[in-house]
Design a protein around this ligand. Structure first.
Ligand SMILES: CC(C)(COP(=O)(O)OP(=O)(O)OC[C@H]1O[C@@H](n2cnc3c(N)ncnc32)[C@H](O)[C@@H]1OP(=O)(O)O)[C@@H](O)C(=O)NCCC(=O)NCCS
Length: 300
């Protein structure tokens, strides 16, 4: 049966999630990191498919899905959320074909910037992305820690936090922060997060001034987090750590870019541990994040 590349459908997404989990764990186990991924409902994939079906592609051989690519666009930013090929069929050109199709998505959308987060230890993905003119920009470390370990030592939260509502004024504030931090408004993605019962979002204030926003999952994961100025990042991260520490999750985690010195110092001083080294790759001129902590490699 010849390989077919076709747009993904909603009923593919459970199978593509299983494929992605298997590919990630194959890679991380091979490199000595142990399994990293577990299956989860493909809610954000489904949200992206309904929002903009041009960004999701599968490679199929008969009934079997062998590869999956998924990109989304916000304003001027195109982001490759996932690109995965069945470990038994890697190195045959499938990833490159899928990537070409998502690159067409970027072209059609007119996005000025392209970015993705990949594994620092995957030579294949990095080489393939460079072939498509996406270059290594900075490391992003996945940090975590037992909640009990940081509970006693954290200072009082330096910023005031109030729950994010879906009102127009709040959305305007979030769009303003995102434009400064990452160069695009992500209003639709904030609406997605607000609908997620396992995630809580807060606006952060220094006095009466808005000093950023952050989200915490019920699993203790912090992110995305963004601030309107780089000097606000440490206090914003400290506040989110305190909120997470006051919660009930066993572990607390976050993705911290290598350019965010103040957040990295705080994480290390609090005993957080680097678990997985990741890498931001981007089109030239994009990706100096000093005001943004991504949620994960798919959401950004
Ligand atoms: C990354 C991945 C999607 C690529 O798909 P694939 O079908 O294996 O890749 P292809 O066969 O289309 O292309 C491989 C290309 O990578 C590049 N490449 C491979 N090894 C390389 C190396 N050591 N140095 C530089 N470039 C390299 C080459 O351009 C190669 O093409 P070529 O063999 O024609 O020269 C797939 O290997 C995969 O799923 N890996 C595990 C998960 C992962 O890391 N995904 C990316 C997450 S962002």
């Amino acid at each position: 049966m010849p390989l077919v590349y076709r747009p993904a459908r909603a009923d593919d997404l459970a199978a593509t999630d299983a494929l992605v989990v298997a590919c990630i764990n194959d890679l991380t186990v091979r490199h000595g990191f142990g399994p990293m991924a577990t299956a989860s409902p493909p809610s954000f994939q489904l949200f992206s498919l309904e929002d903009d079906p041009d960004g999701l592609w599968v490679a199929e051989d008969g009934e079997e899905i062998l590869g999956f690519a998924w990109s989304w666009v916000c304003g001027d930013v195109w982001f490759l959320a996932q690109l995965f090929v069945d470990p038994a069929r890697q190195g045959e050109g499938i990833g490159n074909e899928l990537l070409k199709r998502t690159m067409d998505h970027a072209r059609k959308s007119g996005a000025a910037h392209k970015a993705l987060i990949t594994f620092t230890f995957n030579r294949v993905s990095q080489g393939l992305y460079m072939r498509h003119r996406l270059f290594p920009k900075m490391p992003i470390y996945f940090f975590n820690v037992e909640r009990e370990r940081i509970r006693q030592t954290l200072p009082q939260p330096p910023l005031r936090a109030t729950a994010i509502d879906g009102g127009a004024a709040t959305m305007e504030n979030l769009a303003g922060i995102d434009s400064r931090a990452i160069g695009a408004s992500r209003e639709k993605h904030h609406r997605y997060l607000l609908d997620d019962p396992a995630t809580k979002g807060v606006l952060l204030y220094a006095g009466d001034d808005i000093a950023g926003y952050g989200y915490i999952g019920s699993n203790g994961h912090i992110g995305p987090l963004a601030v309107p100025r780089p000097d606000l990042l440490r206090n914003a991260f400290a506040t989110m750590l305190k909120l997470a520490a006051d919660g009930s999750a066993e572990k607390i985690s976050a993705f911290l870019p290598g350019t965010c010195d103040s957040a990295l110092s705080l994480a290390i001083d609090q005993g957080m541990r680097i678990t997985f080294p990741m890498l931001l790759m981007a089109s030239p001129g994009y990706g100096d994040w000093t005001q943004y902590l991504p949620r994960n490699p798919g959401f950004m």
